[in-house]
Design a protein around this ligand. Structure first.
Ligand SMILES: [Zn+2]
Length: 255
């Protein structure tokens, strides 16, 4: 399995528009972070998790040419605003693109992207999607692989993370129940959000993310959904335990 980090930044991306913060002014490419998303491939299957406002650029940079499924964690704009840009995949693959999300998120899409769901006189240039409801405690299959939804809380909002074989992707987590943590046991690679050092009402800060990694004990962990306030990539990486890495845009790992 290959995992490609398409974006590793928090909701505004880094650099933040108009910011003079030193991290936003950094020349290090690892300090430039698009909105969070990952591209997972195994056998002949190509899955993208979340589809934020940088989706088009991410697809061009990564060279992703096929989309078998789009999985969503939740409805916030930094995870969903690029949905219209699945159009090239829809046109080339000549079929509706399967999207997987909580029913609440699918309902939200029907409101925000109503033209995609139009059943009468649909505009021919609009993309088509086939919706699949993701439910807590109900695993599903994509290709030959099982996908296990992981229920987490982003402040008061329910969010899904996903386990695909030995890979776990969790973002926008603030709290998670013990029963859900059980589903992560034995995974080789855990990706989890770490916003900054200061606490935040709906995201793990760095210490909370490290404590969580210590609890789950994956072989390796990668931090994502990073704010410029966390600091320079190079300096933060030096402070992390040996099996914990700051993810960065265009990082590719093999599991
Ligand atoms: Zn987010």
């Amino acid at each position: 399995m290959q995992v490609y980090f398409l974006g590793t930044g928090t909701s505004q991306g880094i650099p933040v528009i108009g910011s003079n913060h030193p991290v936003c002014k950094s020349d290090d490419l690892k300090d430039k972070r698009l909105r969070v998303s990952v591209w997972v491939t195994f056998n002949d299957i190509s899955i993208v998790i979340d589809c934020g406002p940088d989706f088009r650029q991410q697809m061009l940079t990564s060279g992703c040419e096929k989309l078998d499924a789009l999985l969503f964690t939740h409805e916030h704009a930094d995870h969903t605003a690029g949905l219209d840009d699945i159009r090239p995949f829809f046109f080339r693959q000549k079929k509706d693109i399967p999207i997987y999300a909580h029913q609440r998120v699918l309902d939200n899409f029907k409101m925000r992207f109503d033209y995609i769901f139009e059943t009468e006189n649909k505009y021919p240039g609009a993309p088509g999607v086939e919706t699949f409801e993701v439910k807590k405690n109900v695993a599903f299959k994509i290709g030959s692989s099982q996908v296990i939804p992981i229920n987490v809380n982003h402040g008061n909002l329910q969010v899904f993370g996903y386990r695909i074989q030995d890979f776990v992707y969790l973002t926008d987590v603030k709290t998670i129940d013990t029963a859900e943590i059980e589903k992560l046991k034995g995974a080789k690679v855990l990706v989890v959000n770490a916003l900054r050092e200061e606490p935040h009402h709906s995201h793990f800060n760095l210490q909370e993310a490290l404590d969580f990694i210590h609890l789950v004990k994956p072989e390796k962990a990668y931090l994502t959904h990073i704010s410029h306030l966390l600091g320079f990539h190079e300096e933060v990486q030096k402070k992390l335990p040996p099996n914990v890495f700051l993810a960065y845009d265009n990082l590719k790992i093999t599991i």
